[in-house]
Design a protein around this ligand. Structure first.
Ligand code: MN
Length: 249
């Protein structure tokens, strides 16, 4: 059976006041193509319900989305801070901490790497352009495709990321973020950095599989199939580590 990969969701509000859960097809489809069974995790203010779902998962994908509430890492809001969703923050931080403690495989993408870092005690830049002198253009540029190669990253040798995306040369990635990891959580190591010094990937060495990437591999897999390796590694770890006691197959 395909391992169950929980994918966190966002919410949007329509003009008529209706709030809906939302998630991009790219995450769901890429998990399916990697051999996983995606489960969209709802944002509810009821940890027993989320926890019941969490305990049935074999892996966790922390997805992209809006900004993280800066009070969660001890900062006042910056003028360029975008909209925040306190419920999404609390659900995702609880999931990230539970997955870290429970050794559940984690792939954290874009907002996900930021949530992961904050959940484990790190901090963020609230707005790269106004807080980092000389930074590259990391936000989405209107007119570009979602797999547009915006900048390179240098992958750190001897990391899990280097094993998944091997090669000496810098890796070209897309970039659709205005926030980034600032102080790396103590349990994490940096596994990729952009030429301007912005941290683009982190991982937790003493966890079976915990990788965060600041770019969007799920949007790149069509033209850059090597990016499927991140999802194959997540699903493979989820399959390998899941409890076998009730597996009748
Ligand atoms: Mn970037």
């Amino acid at each position: 059976m395909p391992p169950l990969i929980g994918i966190t969701c966002g919410r949007d509000s329509r003009a008529d006041g209706v709030t809906r859960h939302c998630q991009n097809d790219a995450y769901v489809n890429t998990v399916v193509q990697a051999g996983g069974a995606p489960v969209l995790i709802p944002l509810v203010d009821a940890w027993p319900a989320v926890s019941a779902l969490f305990q049935r998962l074999d892996g966790l994908l922390l997805s992209g989305g809006g900004d993280v509430e800066p009070a969660l890492y001890g900062q006042q809001p910056h003028p360029q801070l975008g909209p925040v969703d306190p419920l999404r923050d609390s659900v995702e931080i609880a999931l990230a901490r539970s997955a870290r403690i429970g050794s559940l495989p984690i792939l954290a993408i874009c907002r996900g790497i930021q949530v992961l870092n904050v959940a484990l005690g790190g901090t963020l830049y609230q707005d790269i352009a106004s807080e980092v002198a000389g930074a590259l253009a990391h936000p989405y540029q209107p007119g570009n495709s979602r797999d547009h190669l915006a900048h390179t990253v240098q992958v750190s040798p001897n990391t899990r990321l280097a094993a998944i995306l091997p090669g000496e040369a810098p890796l070209s990635v897309n970039s659709m973020h205005h926030q980034a990891v600032r102080d790396v959580a103590g349990s994490c190591v940096v596994s990729a950095v952009a030429p301007d010094g912005i941290i683009e990937a982190i991982e937790v060495p003493d966890h079976p599989f915990c990788i965060g990437a600041q770019w969007h591999p799920e949007e790149m897999v069509g033209r850059y199939p090597a990016m499927r390796g991140l999802f194959a590694a997540l699903v493979g770890a989820a399959d390998m580590l899941r409890p076998r006691g009730t597996d009748l197959g």
